[in-house]
Design a protein around this ligand. Structure first.
Ligand code: MIC
Ligand code: SF4
Length: 755
């Protein structure tokens, strides 16, 4: 039986009426995304049609999911909100804080030893406030959500950018910063700019070596890392229907890498099969009763151009396996000779040292079974692994079932390491080197989402390429980046030439899923007696002190850093070893922007301190300005803050005295996170004004006291020689968000309202 079935039935009961009303108001047939959005309005019944990409709308999500690395800050904030229980079903999942080193048994024990303080904190806060808790080892948040909580037609938010995975089960599931989740936990509305809609029509059928992963690798190549910004991507067509539910999850999951607000698919038989296989026949039955509302109106998919803002068509029968990377998830290359050429031209190492299978996007039973079919062939055909292989199953249920069915045994026969059911290498929790900074240049292939520099192993020289699990397995056997399993032969131990046959696998376990201990702890009905303690001298956890409002007069501000090129949340607040400080704002602030490249000297973590004229690290320089009572600003390029939902990337600069972040464009979640923390997130009205910013500038905001929606702000940049430039800045703050700014943060406002 499903969790929270009554909540799900409640959503379906209201859906018909709301969808009909929305159709009447919008005046045309509706996409699935619109049906879900309009049936989750905070105000209930739809009364007006919203303009996509423009109107801010208040929504009422059905549930919330948090993972250990972001939940700490979210719950530290929630504890300040003055509530006794979360207002909507919420779960916490321990998956990010577990290193991958020697294999699951040892690694999980180690994580439980070194992070017990944090796990205990999360467990007790969950128990106190009515939150479901998934212990370390239970699985990766998004796989666990897909297996237990996601339901067609629902809306959820999660404090992780890959919350979007649940689109594979027909949800609108959106990644947010912790402060957004706190609003909903505290019983308030959740605000989002009504998204634009991109339709992707999938024709043909996947076959052979092509996997769902290749669909999203292709889409990423077409739309690029920011092409989906502000939009929901809705997949449909015969190719969508013929794909497994977890395959759909893969596609939606990696939609975060094109900046999409989320991605989704209409309810179909693959979803029904998945619901029934994961012990949720009750959800499948309820969904079947309202089926017509869980997909778009027929006219929409028949004439998508009339209903979506953009339509892309992909013929799955013509799609081949792809490899995306290195250093960015949208650089797409076809396997084989295309890769040979590109690798040679760009000096990417052709020898592959590791293949890694897993992460939230590709760790389902189907993924492991297809990859294991390749591993089995390697064993049968006398092939030795040229690279090392690591596996992270997505959940204990997947792991247990895959072990029972002999799948994990096949990998083990090839000496693969089975890591914990957790994020592991995907988020820098991979103890690959003792000295990552000086580690050699090399290539790895993985089935994860992200491949930004240093992401997996902390080594800036690791070239990481993203591929399907089956291709990852084949490349790990071949040891070459340009191996094309469709055409290339390999030499086996007996000197014979052999080729791989096409991968095969199971959509769902033929003998059904099984698990002994799924790792779930239900909260007590009344947790009011539960004590949550945070030690004063803890280096892992720190209670929050409210931010002071920045006010209407910011002048004499100095430049902290002008970031050059790609500046993702991994550059702003690195993960890996720093994950241990996610609950301690002052300690984690010591990694602020240390990965960003200074536009003036192209070095990382080396910026000018205008007080002393010396150069130093970004956090130290920021602290020096803060001590001197000087505000700072950060300047950046396009898609600033791409990647993670981590609000640390906003809270840390705020904590260190940064008043404004001024960039060419923002990634959605990061822009909201800055607003939530009561600081200025602004964009250059004229992009090239980025070039006007000089290293020794002093900044005055001329008209901040008249901060208002839709009204540009003016910045005066005073250069070293006394000359000045006047720079116009755009912003997207609405009235409510300006109140957050005025109060010092959104949390300060909630506290005030609940006082
Ligand atoms: C990621 O994939 O980068 C993460 C780690 O899951 C983040 C969340 C975090 O930084 O804790 C995300 O994607 O939001
Ligand atoms: Fe975890 Fe990686 Fe997925 Fe983020 S992308 S949730 S780090 S597995």
């Amino acid at each position: 039986m499903a969790f929270d079935i009554n909540m799900i039935k409640g959503v379906y009961t209201k859906m018909a009426e709301r969808v009909d009303k929305a159709r009447e108001i919008v005046g045309k047939p509706l996409t699935l995304s619109e049906k879900i959005l309009y049936s989750h309005l905070w105000d209930g019944e739809p009364t007006e049609a919203f303009t996509r990409g423009k109107d801010y709308v208040d929504f009422a999500p059905d549930r919330i999911a948090c993972q250990d690395a972001t939940a700490q800050m979210a719950l530290l904030q929630f504890m300040q909100a003055g509530k006794t229980k979360v207002a909507v079903p919420t779960t916490v999942h321990c998956d990010h804080l577990i290193q991958a080193k020697d294999g699951a048994a040892t690694d999980l024990k180690h994580a439980n030893d070194v992070s017990s303080e944090v796990f205990n904190f999360l467990e007790s806060v969950s128990n106190k406030y009515g939150i479901g808790f998934w212990k370390p080892g239970a699985g990766i948040i998004h796989q666990v959500v897909l297996e237990n909580y996601a339901f067609p037609g629902g809306m959820m938010i999660g404090t992780d950018s890959h919350t979007v995975n649940a689109g594979g089960l027909g949800m609108v599931a959106i990644g947010v910063g912790g402060a957004d989740a706190v609003d909903v936990m505290a019983g308030m509305a959740w605000e989002l700019k009504f998204p634009k809609l991109i339709g992707v029509r999938l024709t043909g059928k996947l076959s052979g070596w092509t996997a769902p992963k290749d669909v999203i690798l292709k889409v990423a190549g077409i739309l690029t890392a920011k092409g989906g910004t502000g939009a929901i991507v809705e997949y449909f067509g015969p190719g969508a229907i013929s794909m497994s539910c977890t395959g759909k999850g893969t596609i939606c999951n990696m939609g975060a890498e094109i900046g999409a607000t989320t991605s989704t698919f209409g309810y179909d038989e693959s979803m029904e099969r998945y619901l029934r296989a994961t012990d949720r026949a009750d959800v499948a039955d309820a969904a079947n009763d309202v089926k017509q509302h869980l997909t778009a109106d027929a006219e929409v998919y028949a004439n998508p151009e009339q209903y979506f803002d953009q339509v892309i068509e992909i013929n799955l029968s013509e799609l081949g396996p792809l490899l995306n990377g290195p250093f960015t998830p949208d650089l797409s290359t076809e396997v084989g000779s295309d890769m040979t050429e590109k690798a040679k031209a760009n000096d990417w190492p052709l020898k592959v040292e590791w293949g890694l299978i897993g992460s939230c996007t590709n760790s389902s039973y189907e993924d492991l079974s297809r990859a294991s079919s390749i591993a089995q062939q390697a064993l049968n055909k006398g092939l030795k692994m040229k690279a090392e292989l690591g596996i992270n199953p997505g959940s204990e249920q997947v792991r247990y079932t895959a072990e029972r069915d002999g799948i994990l045994g096949i990998f083990e026969n090839l000496d693969a390491k089975i890591f914990t059911n957790a994020c592991g290498p995907c988020i820098g929790q991979w103890a690959r080197y003792s000295d990552p900074k000086n580690a050699p240049k090399n290539s790895i292939v993985h089935s994860f989402n992200r491949n930004f520099a240093k992401r997996a192993d902390g080594n800036p020289n690791t070239h990481a390429f993203v591929a399907s699990p089956e291709l990852t397995a084949a490349i790990a056997v071949a040891g070459r980046l340009d191996f094309n399993p469709l055409t290339d032969k390999l030499i086996n131990e007996n000197g014979q030439e052999v080729m791989f046959d096409e991968p095969t696998g199971w959509e769902l376990p033929p003998k059904g899923f099984e698990v002994k201990d799924n790792g779930y702890l239900a909260p007590e009905a009344d947790g009011s007696h539960v004590q949550v303690s945070v030690k004063d001298d803890s280096e892992r956890l720190q209670l929050l002190t409210p931010f002071t409002p920045l006010g209407g007069d910011i002048s004499g501000a100095k430049l902290l850093i002008k970031a050059f090129g790609k500046c993702t949340t991994d550059h702003i607040s690195m993960a890996g070893p720093w994950l241990r400080f996610r609950g301690h704002l002052d300690n984690i602030a010591n990694n602020t922007l240390i990965g960003a490249i200074n536009a003036f000297n192209k070095k990382t973590n080396f910026v000018k301190n205008q007080i002393t004229d010396d150069y130093g690290g970004v956090p130290d320089t920021a602290r020096a300005y803060k001590k001197a009572g000087i505000n700072t600003i950060v300047v950046g390029d396009h898609n600033y803050g791409e990647g993670s939902s981590r609000e640390h990337a906003a809270m840390q600069p705020r904590h260190l005295g940064v008043a404004a972040v001024i960039v060419k464009s923002f990634a959605r979640i990061h822009e909201t996170n800055l607003k939530k923390q009561g600081m200025l997130g602004l964009t250059f009205a004229i992009e090239s004004d980025y070039d006007l910013i000089q290293e020794n500038d002093t900044f005055n905001f001329v008209d901040l006291n008249a901060f208002a929606p839709g009204k540009q702000l003016t910045l005066e940049a005073v250069h070293e020689d006394g000359s000045k430039d006047t720079i116009k800045l755009n912003h997207t703050y609405n009235d409510a968000q300006i109140v957050w700014y005025n109060e010092g943060s959104a949390l300060n406002l909630i506290k005030k309202q609940n006082a």
